[in-house]
Design a protein around this ligand. Sequence first.
Ligand code: F6R
Length: 365
Amino acid sequence: EKGNHRHFMAKEIYEQPEVVGHTLTQYLDMAGGTVRLPFGDKIDWKSLSRLTISACGTSYYAGLVAKYWFEKLARLPVEIDVASEFRYREAPLPDQGLALFVSQSGETADTLAGLRYARQNGQAILSVVNVPTSTIARESDAVAQTLAGPEIGVASTKAFVCQLAVFASLALAAARARGTLSAQDEAGHVQHLISLPGLMARALELEPEIEKLARELSKAKDVLYLGRGTSFPLALEGALKLKEISYIHAEGYAAGELKHGPIALIDEDMPVIVVAPHDTLYEKTVSNMQEVAARGGRIILITDAKGAAECGIEPEATIVMPEMDPTFAPIVYALPIQMIAYQTAVFMGKDVDQPRNLAKSVTVE
Ligand code: F6R
């Protein structure tokens, strides 16, 4: 049931603080300030040579965020590819390798085929799924469940943020096991994770501002999304969400790639949405924004108060997010990204829960 909401997608966007909180209770010992995985010691993080991640669509973008976390926090090398490529490219897989498959439904044909390829090639199999009875879950050695509850809207929202919450926990567990994270730093990260649902609730309060933005965006033929670091996968996710429900063409790019091609597209008709919390890469992203501004581009900046103060240009609009530790910020910055797509599609009168040509679960390749 949709409750007070017009669409399942809106209901699911608003449920996110609660479902992320619920998911985290299964992965954290909140009082002890430690990570506690529900599947115990099934994965020997310490002896892993490499992690291979594969998935499709939004689940793939969650995996892309996870790559940054596993590499930085746990110093674990990560390979990642979309499942439709991974399953056929005959990739050599390492000894002591772990393969990780991400799927809301647990039934996506390409992801399942990738899992079977990894199994045949000697990998231990971990899956992050929302449906625990699914085929992918049944064929895995260990299952990390996302507790998002049933997701009805075709465009994935709450499953994505729960996947991110699980990945944050897994990366911290891996880091502890591999000796790259002190108990004190673990406790600090756990505190930040615990604060996320509250920060997400505050991000949802930005909806009226985003609604105003949507009117402008609805006139665009193309939209460019830019981000660096973990904001890069969010740029990809923002573009995917916008195109699938509003049918406006959108592209996500790593901000540093701007001058290698997409800068040619910049004009006063194409909005550029920049995802940039005030983190260590912020200054780099500022210089990309200046390049856009110098060519008359229209910038919509998603940042925090510090970022807004230091951006050095006058964006057409700024979405000011609450201050937070940057490491797990994507779990909160996903929300304005989703709301932008949702509000734009609703303003244009599109059927956001049932976008044309799309199915909730893709069980054929
Ligand atoms: C986008 C979306 C799709 C799915 C993809 C994978 O909003 O929902 O891109 O993420 O089809 O589906 P699962 O996660 O069920 O494997």
